[in-house]
Design a protein around this ligand. Structure first.
Ligand SMILES: NC(=O)c1ccc[n+]([C@@H]2O[C@H](COP(=O)([O-])OP(=O)(O)OC[C@H]3O[C@@H](n4cnc5c(N)ncnc54)[C@H](O)[C@@H]3O)[C@@H](O)[C@H]2O)c1
Length: 389
C-alpha cells in the first residue's frame, strides 16, 4: 500500500442479478471516478440461491467467496459492509443480523414489507451505531439534486404542488410469470413498494413530510402462471392513484402502475411553487425543465445538468457528456463510504434507515387508504426519530 492509499472495506452483496448488478458495477467503478476514495470498496462475498449461478457471478465480478446461505456472508470476517439486494422479504432478517455483527448496511428499497418491519431494522441499525442507507438511488441523480437545491434556496418560492408518476408496462402481459413481486407475503405490497416508494421518497426529499393520503388501487391481473407450472394468485395492487398532503401546506398526486403500455421506466415529477416550476423525467435524466417567474424569455427552459457547477458536475466527463441510469449508484456508494470513513454522514443526501422507515409509513398509509376507501391522516403514526446515521 503506497502512502495515502485509503484503507479497504470489504463488501458483501446479497443478490447478483437485477438491481444487484448496478451495485456491483458501482463497487468496481467507484475508484475510477472518485480518487482517492474515502475508503476503497472491495467485493468480498456474494450470496444467492443457486450454487452454480452464485459461483459464476463470483467469478464474473471477482468475489473471493460465494454463499447460498446469506448468514455465512454476514459471518464472513472480510465483510464490513452489507449491500442487501434480496427480495423484500429478505431485507429485515439479514439487516438485523448484520447490525448485530456491527456491519454497515445499504439495503435496497422498500426498506421492508411494512413500517413495523422497517422500524425494527431502523432500531437495530441505530443500536449498532453503524452507517445505514436505504437504496433510494434517484436522490443521487444530478438533476434531482439541482431541483432540491433550487427548492431549498427558495428559487421556486412557496411550494404548492408535487405531482409524481412512476409507470411502466412490465405487467401488461398476463403471461408474465408469477414471482415474489406478486405476493403480499413476500413483497408487502405491489407497485406501492415497488414503484411509488421511489416517488414518495422524492416527495419527502424535495418537499417534506406527507401528512395525509387518499387513494384507490386496482389488481387488473389476479392470476399468473408459475414458472414451475400452475397459477399463482396475485394479491398485491397493479396500480395506485393517490392524493397527498404535505406538512408545509402543499398538495399533490402520486400515481404508480405497471400496466401502462409504452411506459418503461417513466418516473417523473413536477414541483410548482409561487415563483416557478421544475419538471424531471427519469427517462431523460440529464435534463431538468425549469420555468421561473420573471424570466425575460418566459416559458420552460431545458437545462442539461452536466455543467461543472452542477451536482457531481465534471466528476465523470466534460459538460454535455451524458450520464446513465447506473451512475447515481456510484454517487450513492460514495456517500455511503464517506460516512463509513467517518468523513461525513449518510444523510441528508442519502436516505438513511429512518428515511426508509418514514417512506414505509406512507406506503402503509396508501395501502390502508385504498383498502378502506377514505382519506387517512398520518397523525398517530410513530413520529420521526433522530436517524443516528
Ligand atoms: N433502487 C432501484 O432502482 C431498484 C430497482 C430494482 C429493484 N430494487 C429492489 O431491489 C430488491 C431486489 O429486486 P430485484 O429486481 O433485483 O429482484 P430479483 O428477483 O431480480 O433479484 C433478487 C436477488 O436476490 C437473490 N436471493 C433471493 N433469495 C435469496 C436467498 N434466500 N438467499 C440469497 N439470495 C437470495 C437472488 O439470487 C437474486 O439475485 C427489491 O427489494 C427491489 O424492490 C430496487
Amino acid at each position: 500500500m503506497t502512502a495515502g492509499t485509503p484503507r479497504s472495506v470489504g463488501i458483501g452483496v446479497i443478490g447478483y442479478d437485477g438491481v444487484a448488478r448496478a451495485h456491483l458495477q458501482a463497487i468496481l467503478r467507484l475508484a475510477t471516478v472518485f480518487w482517492p476514495p474515502p475508503v476503497r470498496p472491495v467485493l468480498a462475498a456474494l450470496a444467492g440461491r443457486s450454487a452454480d449461478r452464485v459461483q459464476e457471478a463470483a467469478q464474473r465480478y471477482g468475489a473471493p467467496a460465494a454463499y447460498t446461505d446469506w448468514r455465512r456472508l454476514i459471518e464472513d470476517r472480510r465483510v464490513e459492509l452489507l449491500i442487501n439486494c434480496g427480495p423484500n422479504d429478505l431485507h429485515a432478517d439479514p439487516c438485523i443480523a448484520a447490525a448485530a455483527r456491527g456491519l454497515h448496511m445499504l439495503c435496497e428499497k422498500p426498506l421492508a414489507r411494512s413500517s413495523a418491519e422497517a422500524a425494527k431494522m431502523r432500531d437495530a441499525a441505530v443500536r449498532a451505531g453503524t452507517v445505514h442507507m436505504t437504496g433510494y438511488n434517484y436522490r443521487f441523480v444530478p438533476a434531482v439534486l439541482l431541483a432540491r437545491g433550487m427548492i431549498a434556496e427558495g428559487k421556486l418560492g412557496q411550494i404548492r404542488h408535487f405531482r409524481a408518476r412512476y409507470c411502466d408496462d412490465s405487467m401488461i402481459d398476463p403471461d408474465v410469470p408469477y414471482t415474489w413481486r406478486h405476493s403480499r407475503a413476500q413483497a408487502g405490497s405491489g407497485v406501492i413498494g415497488d414503484l411509488a416508494a421511489h416517488a414518495i421518497d422524492l416527495a419527502r426529499f424535495l418537499v417534506g413530510e406527507i401528512t395525509a393520503v387518499s387513494a384507490a388501487a386496482r389488481i387488473f391481473v389476479d392470476r399468473r402462471p408459475r414458472p414451475q407450472g400452475g397459477d399463482g394468485t396475485v394479491d398485491v395492487e397493479d396500480a395506485i392513484e393517490a392524493v397527498v398532503e404535505f406538512a408545509g401546506g402543499a398538495v399533490g398526486t402520486l400515481e404508480a402502475s405497471s400496466m401502462c403500455p409504452g411506459r418503461k421506466n417513466f418516473l417523473t415529477f413536477e414541483v410548482n411553487g409561487t415563483l416557478g416550476t421544475v419538471i424531471f423525467n427519469l427517462e431523460r435524466l440529464n435534463e431538468l425543465e425549469v420555468c421561473l417567474q420573471g424570466n425575460a424569455v418566459g416559458g420552460f427552459q431545458t437545462v442539461l445538468v452536466t455543467e461543472r457547477h452542477h451536482p457531481y458536475g465534471g466528476r465523470w466527463w466534460p459538460p454535455g457528456h451524458l450520464l446513465g441510469w447506473e451512475q447515481p449508484f456510484v454517487h450513492q456508494l460514495h456517500r455511503m463510504l464517506t460516512a463509513v470513513a467517518g468523513q461525513g454522514r449518510a444523510g441528508p443526501e442519502g436516505a438513511t434507515f429512518e428515511d426508509g422507515y418514514q417512506c414505509a409509513v406512507v406506503c402503509d398509509l396508501l395501502d390502508r387508504a385504498a383498502g378502506e376507501g377514505r382519506r387517512i391522516a398520518a397523525a398517530g403514526v410513530a413520529p420521526s426519530r433522530a436517524s443516528g446515521e
